[in-house]
Design a protein around this ligand. Structure first.
Ligand SMILES: *Cc1c(COP(=O)(O)O)cnc(C)c1O
Length: 222
């Protein structure tokens, strides 16, 4: 039996106060989320729109939902009324759609830009150079209904700790660059979302402010 409460408390105890725990509940039932909620967890992450909508209906309204997966533009309007943060913005097209749908609901939606640093070819995200070039163009400055709050990345899915550390350190340095060049006067630009079940301890050492932990809380996904 997976002890959600104990897992959660264990992880919470290891995290410094400035690191937020996003409990990744994808593929796990609403009952498991309710268990975590009962011991104080309020921030959860999901990666599929339909599954998320179903859970939103069943669960308490003060949960803060993060969308962590690849988001198709035609799904943005479905989550725009309630989503707290869209973590994996990987194109200008997606960002513009979020702006449009957030405006329709008179909201400002917090987002993170997803970086592609890992070696895996299948992962989404901006390369560092694309991200720099895109920020330099500056069109994002005119968006009034999205707030770019930081960066998100996944390290390579490998056992080699040195490689994970290297990728996260690179992301952290890139964050510092972007922060000083474009967001020095924006206190909300502060999030570095890296670290999952197998590498959140490393992530904390590499500047993470937000770890996305699933299986270490809820058990293996079925
Ligand atoms: C599934 C997922 C996680 C959580 O993974 P675990 O290994 O279960 O902790 C974190 N981030 C993203 C983007 C995910 O898709």
């Amino acid at each position: 039996m997976v002890n959600v409460v104990q897992n959660l408390q264990n992880i919470q105890q290891q995290l410094p106060a400035h690191v937020k725990l996003v409990a990744i509940s994808k593929f796990h039932p609403a009952e498991s989320i309710a268990e975590a909620y009962a011991c104080g967890q309020r921030v959860f992450g999901e990666s599929r729109e339909q599954e998320l909508s179903r859970k939103v209906e069943m669960l308490p309204k003060d949960i803060q939902w993060h969308f962590i997966g690849h988001l198709q533009t035609n799904k943005v309007r479905l989550i725009a009324p309630y989503i707290t943060m869209i973590e994996a913005v990987d194109s200008e097209k997606l960002l513009l759609e979020i702006e449009k749908q957030a405006a329709r609901h008179q909201r400002v939606i917090d987002v993170l830009l997803e970086l592609h640093i890992a070696e895996e070819a299948t992962k989404y995200g901006f390369s560092l150079s694309d991200c720099s070039q895109w920020l330099a163009k500056g069109q994002w400055r005119s968006l009034e209904h999205v707030r770019i709050c930081g960066l998100m990345m996944m390290a390579s899915n490998v056992d080699d700790e040195a490689q994970i550390r290297e990728e996260m350190t690179l992301a952290s340095r890139f964050f510092d660059e972007v922060k000083s060049q474009y967001f020095a006067d924006a206190p909300y630009f502060k999030e570095r979302s890296w670290g999952m079940s197998h590498d959140y301890r490393i992530a904390v050492e590499c500047g993470s402010t937000m770890v996305r932990v699933g299986s270490a809380i809820f058990g293996e996904r079925v």
